[in-house]
Design a protein. Sequence first.
Length: 425
Amino acid sequence: MPALERSSAGGYTMSTANWFAGSVTGMTGALDGIRVLELGTLIAGPFAGRLLGDMGAEVLKIEPPGAPDPLRTWGQAEVDGHHVFWTVHARNKKAITLDLRTEAGRALFLDLVEKSDVIVENFRPGTLERWGLGYDVLARRNKGIILVRVSGYGQTGPDAHKAGYASVAEAASGLRHLNGFPGGPPPRMALSIGDTLAGMFAAQGALAALYRRTVTGRGQVVDAALTESCLAVQESTIPDYDVGRVVRGPSGTRLEGIAPSNIYQSADGSWVVIAANQDTVFRRLCEAMGRPELGSDARFANHVARGRNQDELDAIIAQWAAQRQPTDIIDVLSAAGVIAGPINTVADVVQDPQLKAREMLVEHFDERLGRSVLGPGVVPVLSESPGRVRNAGPARPGQDNDDVYVGLLGKSAQDIERLRAEGVL
């Protein structure tokens, strides 16, 4: 696989030398030539690694010997004890084992750092420093190394020392307060959205740092906190409170003041989303419903008026939708230029012709299961260097040890056996 090599000027140039055993030649993605060392476990850190791997980076997932990533045993579906959650976040990665708590393990890690571009970790802050692997140590071995650190509350501040989980971060950031119905308990989304958001911002930070390195020749630390990632997507909640002391709260199936944009029950009992809150689109909705007079009704004539009369407007649309089948609603409104769609389950999603046409439903063979597994495609789609799913993730911890330690670091077979016997690998 091509690698970035330091130039005499202190910057980085691309080498196409295929010196990594088993690598794929040729430019296969936007990040081809970038090597990532992933120390993270579970979701937040590994999701950042997955995003970089999807775009062509070579991701080496490091697991302690005898203590594999718990994500290997997570997920609601399994085959012979093998869970499929692993295929989502471990795809496009290679697996090596290494005990960073040992002197020999740290020495090997620094050898890997010398030949890598990015490190992703989501330990509790201070862990790497306790192992003697703080950023100052890493940068002495490779001034271009980028350390991406994902944690609950960030690397600084009074809460930095605390462990963090998505559920608590979502709550602490105020995000969970916005979910649910007024007067009810703040429910959790049935996904670890806080972890995912942090992973996305971590990957974004890695890309920004990689670009900056082309200018300065130096790496830096990327500090992504779960709480701050959840806060960053909350639109105008902070200025709304600062200026008007407005405390945004849960609003059920709609956003307060944004109308019409809600779910409406059809004749067969299923729900359809109709979003027509823009003035021009709302008038199209009125025509499609056979109620053109609503478009000029003072109660609904503009965005502000519709927001003030949201309940009344929702009731009118709900009455219209209740008399029609869901496909009829969607077809009629789509033909009129009104945005509408079904509430799909995953069973519907995997049959979606649009997603299939866009290659957003991708099969890859999972060695553990002995069968192909369907998973999400690579987002976003790049026209010149698209990402792709190259594999379903390493089936076994350390399965790429020989390729990495022998092929990349030049260790001998005897070295590998000794390190295994010592518990380093």
